[in-house]
Every structure is written in C-alpha cells, then in structure tokens.
Design a protein around this ligand. Structure first.
Ligand code: 5GP
Length: 183
C-alpha cells in the first residue's frame, strides 16, 4: 500500500494520460479480431495473469467471438517502489489441466520479459494444443530476456505506468486510461 495521506496527493501522482480510453477500446477491438482470425472458430482458454490483466481480460473476452473459457494465474514480480527486483513468483496456479486447450495468455505489460518467459516455460510443459501471448503494453527497451508477444496492443517508452489494471502500491488499477506515474 502506498502512503497516500490525501486525495490531492493521490491525484498529483497521476502525471499525465499516455493512452486514452478511446485508444484502448479501439486496440482491444482490433486484437479481438486478430484472435478470432488465428483460431478460426476453435475454442480457446484465455489465461489471465493477475493482478494487472484483470481489466484487460474483462474487455478482451468480450472482443473475441470464438468460444472461450477464462482461467486465472497469479504471478508477482517484486518491486522496490517502481523498480523490479527481478524475482518472479507464481503465487496462484491454474486449477485445471490445460492439455487439450488452445491457450491464450493475457498479460498487462511485458517489461524485462522474465515473467512471461517463466510462465511460458511452466505452461508449455503441461502440453497445451497451442499457446499465444497477448499483451496490452510492451516496453521493448527494458528487455533482459529475449521475448516477443504474438499480439501487442501498444509499445511504450521506459516509463512506469498505472491504470486500466496496472497499479502502484495496489492503487490506480481502476483508472479507465493508462497514465504515467509521478514518483
Ligand atoms: P517483467 O517480468 O516483464 O519484467 O515484468 C512484468 C510485470 O512487471 C508486469 O506484469 C507488471 O506487473 C510489472 N510492471 C512492469 N512494468 C510496469 C509498469 O510500468 N507499471 C506497472 N504498474 N507494472 C509494471
């Protein structure tokens, strides 16, 4: 939890809107159509990586028209303020067998690439029929491990961002847009 004593302090830290609600809605629609095209009517399992992707998942699951199920997995990257410690931990695993499923991983942001590399290694070993990764945001300039999502909605510069599911100290996930965070 952040030490925010007042609402004005909370608001002051929202530095500026980087991606508007309208831009998000437009790209979510495009990504949904792209997923439909890849799977061509075959059923899919949307695996949301919590907590950051819960808002994105809610929108993307309504933008696809192939039959879909949803499932949740929780991965935590440990942060010192806005700087990643490099430690990734699966704190809640899937509660189902994914062999027999076309898996679509739904992630909020690819930064160093560590989280998704780990998750893909873990899920691949469970023999899904296929696996694709969809990320809302991508910060390619910060990559430490070689990783590229199959579908990426927005490429952003090296800034710490909040909103539309992304937090700072658990706050700001409910902002309808994506903003830069003021330290
Ligand atoms: P990676 O393992 O790719 O370095 O980090 C992925 C995770 O770090 C994301 O799922 C997200 O939780 C967190 N993260 C990376 N960059 C940002 C950012 O700019 N804002 C927020 N709120 N979280 C971030």
């Amino acid at each position: 939890m952040l030490d925010l004593k007042t609402k004005s302090e909370y608001e002051r830290r929202i530095k500026g809107v980087l991606i508007t609600e309208e831009e998000i809605a437009r790209e979510v629609k495009r990504a949904g159509a792209e997923i439909d095209k890849i799977y061509d009517g075959r059923p899919i399992l949307l695996v949301s990586i919590l907590k950051g992707s819960f808002v994105f998942l809610a929108d993307i699951c309504r933008a696809v028209s192939v039959p879909s199920e949803v499932a949740f997995m929780c991965a935590k990257s440990y942060y010192e303020g806005t700087v990643s410690s490099g430690v990734v931990k699966i704190t809640m695993d899937l509660d189902m067998d994914i062999s027999g499923y076309h898996v679509v991983i739904i992630e909020d942001i690819v930064d160093t690439g560590r989280t998704l590399s780990d998750i893909i290694r873990i899920l691949s070993a469970r023999n899904p029929l296929s696996m694709h990764v969809v990320t809302l945001l991508d910060k390619p300039s910060r990559r430490l491990v070689d990783f590229k999502a199959d579908i990426s909605l927005f490429t952003i510069p090296d800034r710490f961002v909040i909103g539309y599911g992304l937090d700072c100290g658990e706050y700001y996930r409910n902002l309808p847009y994506i903003a830069e965070y003021e330290e």
